[in-house]
Design a protein around this ligand. Sequence first.
Ligand SMILES: [Fe+2]
Ligand SMILES: [Fe+2]
Length: 212
Amino acid sequence: MADSTMNLMLSNQGRNASNIPHNRNRKHSLEKGRHQGISSFSQSILNIMNSKKSIDLLNKAVADELQAVHQYMYWHFHLDDQGFAPLAGMFKRIAIMEMGHVERLADRILFLKGDVVMEVAGPVEKITEAQKILSKAAEMEQAGVTSYNQFALQCSQNADAVSKQLFEALVNDEESHFDEFDKQLENIKRFGPNYLALQSFNKAPEQPAEAD
Ligand SMILES: [Fe+2]
Ligand SMILES: [Fe+2]
């Protein structure tokens, strides 16, 4: 092989050999840069606010939502057992929505680098009479609306607009739950025992909505 050809091959090998690690290094450094960019961005968000304050509020809400899930499923079982299929279905559907709330709160807690404390706010109350169930459920939703409005305000003061918006969205849902329970209570007051009797004749349970 002529010296000039050998020199050309060595020179190409050298260039190829140096190109491969160079490209790999460049790709690696771009990916590293992207991750560093995200982490420094999220770090800068965490620096602006007191993330612990938000995480504590979000975990309080998780505890309340878990209590609602347990309580509403307990009422679903009892109302179903008593033959009130539509009311039983309504409690199951709303329990699934409350579980969706837990998930949304958990997502935000993890984004803020906290952990989800899966503790229930309180025990299940052994109320089994339909009208009393609806009164208690309406009361729980009203308490939720009050708490979440306050939590939204505190998140705003803590420069945490995303958690504030999450609490505002939950207020909207809890108000609609209150409205559903309140309408059922109104119907019982207006039509008396006949209304519940009609509920027991209607055997078609409400279909639970798909969870978020
Ligand atoms: Fe909820
Ligand atoms: Fe609710």
